[in-house]
Write a protein that binds this ligand. Sequence first.
Ligand SMILES: [Fe+2]
Length: 442
Amino acid sequence: MSMPEFVTQRGLIVWAESPEAVSAIEQFEVNLLGLTPRAADILTQANEFTETPLVQAYAALAMLYSQSQNGHAGAEGYLRAARRCLPGASKREALFVEAIEHFQRNAFHEALDRLERLTVDEPRDLVAAKACEFLYYTCGQHFNGERFLWHMMRLRAANGAHAGFLSMLSFAYELTGRYGQARAAAEQSLALEPGQPWSHHTLAHLLIRTGQVEEGVREMERFAPYWSACDRGIHAHNAWHRSLFYLEKTDWAQTNRVLREDIWELSPELVGEQIDAIALLWRMDMAGQAQDDVWVDVLAKAGPHAGECLIPFLDGQFTYALARCGQTDAADEAVARARERAARKDREAREIWQPVGVNFVAACAAWGQGDAARAAALIDPIVERLPMVGGSDAQDDLFRLAYFNALAESGRKADARRYYDLIAPAKTQRTPLDELMLAKCN
Ligand SMILES: [Fe+2]
């Protein structure tokens, strides 16, 4: 029997039931790397191409991007289908399916190991590379920055002129503090595709981390029109980045406008949108700009995800939301779930939940309850390891800022002052928000 084997436009061999199934595989790569709303098409295509392992595995991956227990449960059926039609497929496809099976079971490190191995032989598999980028985030993207960068460097020769690849490379440079190279790679990507939202995202990161607020405002306003046509996740996330520049300027009106028009409540069921909203609302709390009405709506959608324990980064923010809105029992319950997660016998428990996750989620509950001394005491022993909870450099700055506030509010003002400069070491000048925060140490 001859193998139904095809070669994609990017030169990868695939086992597929028809040329239309190959086209679905090719489109998914384009849509995932370009962060377009069409990436979700793979879910309907999976109903059509039930014998093609990569279509099924890509549908599973699309579900896992939801960052929710529901999404993980929904991925299972696709993976079962992928596994069933795997005999005869290539080593790359088998390894990919195996990796996503680990991802589905929350074995993020195991998934990463396999995908990194896959791209050694198949450096042009950008879906595998993009999935790695997401897994670095779940395992702490800032913490894994060097590992991310080395991976992207290894793929550079095979993908150098691909706008989506360059956006990942630029972000890896940014996360490791190589701001000049990050900017060059992002600009090279944008020269190829001016609307590449992940390259806009790299620039948002590097401009906020280096304190270039005016340029940040200008660039984000220039890029924003592209985002509403993108996948909703990146639309909300890039809008969140945009809001951070207004926040630095203490421009509350603009911050609020972006919160209410671009971040919150376009797709309130999405965990990504919930997290972007919480992360901004929490920062606004610390700046004395509490938006209680938005908190109520966000909590109604986000609260039920507390205790899912995919990664501490998510649970901590859900727990803060609960505690901050007065749902103390539910917040305590979420902390108890984190302790149970840490007691399990897997690598994530051993490497993340035990050493940092439990303290972190408990601190988020304390922050929400306004118990600054307790929050500070819980973070004290893990402050260096905060990036292990998950999230990027800019995302984890929220927790560093919260720690600073806890120190200042619990009377440890000298500690707070010392710590403030460690939050964004590459920031070149103080902003109005810095002044507002530092005034808490007087
Ligand atoms: Fe980001």
